[in-house]
Design a protein. Sequence first.
Length: 204
Amino acid sequence: MRQCAKVHWPPLGMRSLGVIFLVDGFNLYHSLIQAQKDAPKDTKGATAKWLDLKGLCSSFLPSIGRISGRRATLEHIYYFSALPTHRDQSKQNRHALYVRCLEATGITVELGRFKSKRIWCGKCKKCFTAHEEKETDVAIATRLFEILHLDQAETLVLITGDTDLAPAVRTCKRLFPKKGILFAFPYRRENTELSKISPESFTL
């Protein structure tokens, strides 16, 4: 009986494609909240907040590999967020628990902070306190440049739809033209500007 030759993938002598994911935690979180609101009524009780992030990122490797013609391998995942210290203790505890779960799977978590600010409402003629996440965009941009500068991966995937990262990505693509940088847009976070910067980007 004639035996079929064993097929190697990637082909012998061809290196695999190392991929690193950078995850904008709150951008992804708010997209999950929106997805739950838009879900069919018979699934309203389900939640995706406890997302298996490593499993999600790994599921995209075959598609990324097909783009390059090489087998894509997961090098690392960085998750950027901030503990909501202005919220009630139960929410802080759940967030901290999720962070520990991510770290237990080998994901590196980088935490920023929330800053309070006073906002004037012209309609009700009153001031109120709001909180905004700080440092996340800068942390992602800094880590992006560090990974490229140290040649730690050949392709980077940014899970976000935040246009504040556009200047950093443009600069990195100019300085490191041989590296792949693309966006994975969370639910209802697709962005035309970011898609033009990285045409190979896709939607979760």
